[in-house]
Every structure is written in structure tokens, then in C-alpha cells.
Design a protein around this ligand. Structure first.
Ligand code: PFF
Length: 448
């Protein structure tokens, strides 16, 4: 199939679509609270290291697999390794990870819809910090509205997906990503001018290594996978849409820079505000929904900012849910030969059925726990700390040890058109550094 017609139409389109997949709740919602629970700047530094040393090479690895094979995650392994069918299992593993992530991710994405509605109808302004916290707790514990919003979010995502790669995914990313960035910068300026901002910045950038446990380090690696959407085939799928003439290294670098910047800026928005309102920086998953409304309440035209911010949080989530569903849809379209419409609809319904359990784990199912964790927490832990690192390890072994080096080099240098001076560095990381780091992390996660 002609790549021009199959995938993204430009490099900037590819970067924005993949950055859209990467930048999401993981950056604005998850990163800040992980950071808050794990020694602030110490977590940031470890995460930064993982992104540079392992994240970027792994993203290139996924792009190589996807673009070389011109195929979805299952088809990619089958095509690149026709005589060893076992590798195809990895593809299904990726689909499973996508399903589990999308199931819990859509819960929080649905919350953003509720907050958009509340902000637009002025229900958030004028509330005391305690009332803001109560509003969140009451809403998430319900069993109707959170489920409805989750369903709406899934529907919206499926709608974009059904328009296709160029007219749906690429088009929407090109519009929404720049807007997200501008709005985030506006929020940064507002947050930094709050009293107490300095303390928040100190917390964010001053590394407290004593607060960073082994689990925190595992969390930082899990976060870098989660945030860059690595280890389960999202980037294999998008990689298959990248034009043959684009540099996979530069594309990966830009995506990672965007992703990191948004995560750090989100921290700069949130922590000064947390300290300014005397809240607990280790507040957990509800940090964004409980803290930010207070920030908005304190600023001129706060209601407007609140509305815009939650719209943008919704948008950031949307470009990510699109990339999650596209993993599944690309598979059903290419392997099962379903139409894009049918694929979008059926995969959405399956996710909804599983996802409802995650939503209800904040309310009626909150006592349904395993190892002390709710269904939602379990899905989050299993995917970010285990499935994604194990998937990534398998990818490095596949590309670094089984797939011929010349082919890898050919794909990275675009058939020799690019110089590829750093190729040996990349290949060394691919074969040794990344797998070793991943093994250590996976084993330490299991043991400890
Ligand atoms: N990277 C997204 C985020 O940080 O919110 C989450 C994600 C999207 C993970 C897509 C995996 C994925 F395939």
C-alpha cells in the first residue's frame, strides 16, 4: 500500500499526532501526583533520565517495527518474522495492554467531561476547598454520571477514529495540540504569580532522594513508558503511518520533548497552587480535580479559565484515547478485515463493558479489592509497571537480537539517505542497556 495514502501526510502531522497520543492524562493528571508521592524533584530527575536513555530509543524501536512492516501491532511481528510465528503473541499482548489501559483511562477522561460541564455552567466557582473536594468525591462515587461520561468519551473517540488516519487523527491533532500548549503556558503564568509559588517550585525541582523508594524508581520508569505510550504498540501503529522520508530519530526526539515539557509545565501549574492553598502535595489521583478548581477560583475570570482548562484536559485525553483505540482498530481493520466503522464501534463497546468496572471501583465496587487495590488501581499498576515494561523488553529482544542489524540500520537511516551517526549508540542501547534496565526493573517490581 502506498505510504502517502495509508498514513500521515507530513512529518509535523506525525509528530503532533504521536505527541497527542503521548501527551495526555499521564502528563497533566498522573505525573504531578506520582511526583508528589515520590520525593518531587528526585522523581523528576529519574524520570528524565529514563526518558532520554531508554524512552527515546524505545520509541525509535517501535517506529522501526511499525514503519518497516507497514502494519498494525499483530501484523507487524508476523510480517517481520514470517518463520517464527511465536513473536505474533507479542502483538496480541499489545492489544491486551491497550484494552486494559483504555478501560481505566476512559474513566478519568470521562471525569474531564463532567468538569467541562461544571465549569461551563459555573458550578465550580465560589466553592471552598473542602466543597471542591466533596464535589469530586461525590461525583466519582456515583454509578450513573461517571458511567455516562465515560460512555460519551468513548463515543467521541470512536467518532474521530471512524474518520480515518488523515481526516480524523492527523487533522484533529494538528489543531488541538498547539492550542493545548498555549493554554498551558497561560496557566503557568497564573500559577507562578500566586503567593506561595516559590515553595511549590522548590518542591518540584529540589530532589529529595530520601523520599524516593525502589518502588518510586519503578514508578518513574513505568511513568516514562506510560507517558510516552511505549511497550504496547501504540507507537508501532503510529510508526506504520510515518512517511518513509521522515527521520525516526528526530520524530521521536520531538515527541519526547513535547511530552516532557507538558509534564513539567503541568507540575509548574499544580505545585505552586498546592502550596499556595496549603494542600497535601501527595494527594493522589484526585490532585488535579481537587486542586485546580481552587486555583481557578482565586483568579480573575477564573470560571472562564476553568472551562478552557478542562476543555483542554479533555482534548489532551482525547488525542490519547484516539491513539489507544487506533491500536485495536488498526488490528481489526487489517487483520480481521472489518470496516473502520464496525471496528470503531465494536472495540468501543468492548472497552466500555470492561471500563465500567473501573469507573465503579470509585463507588459501589470500591471494596472489591485484590492485594489492597481497587480494579482501577490494579489496571493502572498492571499496565504501567508490568505489561508495558515487559512488552518493551520483548520488543528490544526482537529488534536487537532477532531482527537483522542491517535492516534496522536501513530503516533508521531511511535506506542510507540519513547519516545515522548515532546509530551505533542507539543499537548499543537497544541490545544491552534497555533490556538490562528493563529486566532489573521488572524483577525488582516482582520481588519487592
Ligand atoms: N501516553 C498517554 C498519557 O500519558 O496520558 C497514555 C497512553 C496513551 C498510554 C496511549 C498508552 C497509549 F497507547
Amino acid at each position: 500500500m502506498d505510504n502517502e495514502h495509508r498514513g500521515f501526510t507530513s512529518n509535523i502531522g506525525a509528530i503532533l499526532a504521536a505527541a497527542g497520543g503521548a501527551v495526555g492524562l499521564g502528563n497533566i493528571w498522573r505525573y504531578p501526583y506520582m511526583l508528589g508521592q515520590n520525593g518531587g524533584g528526585a522523581f523528576l530527575l529519574v524520570n528524565l533520565f529514563f526518558v532520554l536513555a531508554i524512552g527515546i530509543p524505545l520509541m525509535m524501536t517501535e517506529f522501526v517495527i511499525g514503519r518497516r512492516a507497514q502494519s498494525n501491532v499483530v501484523g507487524a511481528y508476523r510480517k517481520l518474522s514470517p518463520e517464527h510465528k511465536g513473536w505474533t503473541v507479542l502483538g496480541y499482548f499489545g492489544i491486551l495492554a491497550a484494552v486494559l489501559i483504555y478501560a481505566f483511562y476512559s474513566v478519568v477522561a470521562g471525569w474531564t467531561l463532567n468538569y467541562i460541564v461544571m465549569a461551563c455552567t459555573n458550578q465550580l466557582s465560589g466553592l471552598s476547598p473542602a466543597e471542591v473536594a466533596d464535589t469530586f468525591a461525590n461525583f466519582t462515587a456515583g454509578s450513573f454520571w461517571p458511567v455516562l461520561y465515560q460512555f460519551l468519551f468513548l463515543t467521541l473517540t470512536a467518532l474521530v477514529i471512524s474518520f480515518g488516519v488523515q481526516k480524523g487523527i492527523e487533522k484533529i491533532s494538528k489543531i488541538l495540540m498547539p492550542v493545548l500548549f498555549i493554554l498551558l503556558l497561560l496557566m503557568v503564568v497564573r500559577s507562578l504569580t500566586l503567593p506561595g509559588a516559590k515553595e511549590g517550585l522548590h518542591f518540584l525541582f529540589h530532589p529529595e532522594f530520601s523520599k524516593l523508594s525502589g518502588a518510586g524508581v519503578l514508578g518513574a520508569l513505568g511513568q516514562s513508558f506510560f507517558s510516552l505510550s511505549l511497550g504496547m504498540g501504540a507507537m508501532i501503529t503510529y510508526g506504520s503511518y510515518i512517511r518513509k522520508e521522515d527521520s525516526l530519530f528526530k520524530t521521536s526526539l520531538w515527541i519526547s520533548v513535547c511530552d516532557l515539557m507538558v509534564a513539567i509545565l503541568a507540575g509548574v501549574v499544580i505545585f505552586p497552587a498546592v502550596f499556595s492553598f496549603g494542600m497535601d502535595p501527595a494527594g493522589g489521583p484526585q490532585l488535579v480535580y481537587v486542586v485546580l478548581p481552587n486555583v481557578f477560583n482565586s483568579m480573575p475570570m477564573g470560571a472562564l479559565f476553568a472551562a478552557v482548562f478542562f476543555v483542554l484536559l479533555g482534548i489532551a485525553s482525547l488525542t490519547s484515547t484516539i491513539s489507544l483505540q487506533e491500536i485495536i482498530v488498526a488490528f481489526t481493520v487489517e487483520e480481521l478485515h472489518w470496516s473502520r466503522r464496525k471496528s470503531s464501534l465494536i472495540s468501543m463497546l468492548v472497552i466500555f463493558i470492561i471500563g465500567v468496572f473501573c469507573t465503579l471501583s470509585f463507588g459501589p465496587l470500591k471494596d472489591a479489592t485484590l492485594f489492597g487495590r481497587t480494579i482501577f488501581d490494579l489496571f493502572d499498576l498492571i499496565t504501567a509497571s508490568y505489561l508495558m515494561p515487559i512488552g518493551a523488553l520483548a520488543m528490544t529482544i526482537f529488534l536487537g537480537w532477532f531482527y537483522p542489524k542491517v535492516e534496522v540500520q536501513d530503516e533508521i537511516t531511511n535506506g542510507g539517505a540519513l547519516k545515522g551517526k548515532l546509530f551505533e549508540v542507539y543499537y548499543f542501547i537497544l541490545r544491552y542497556v534497555a533490556p538490562l534496565a528493563l529486566i532489573v526493573i521488572i524483577v525488582s517490581g516482582i520481588v519487592g
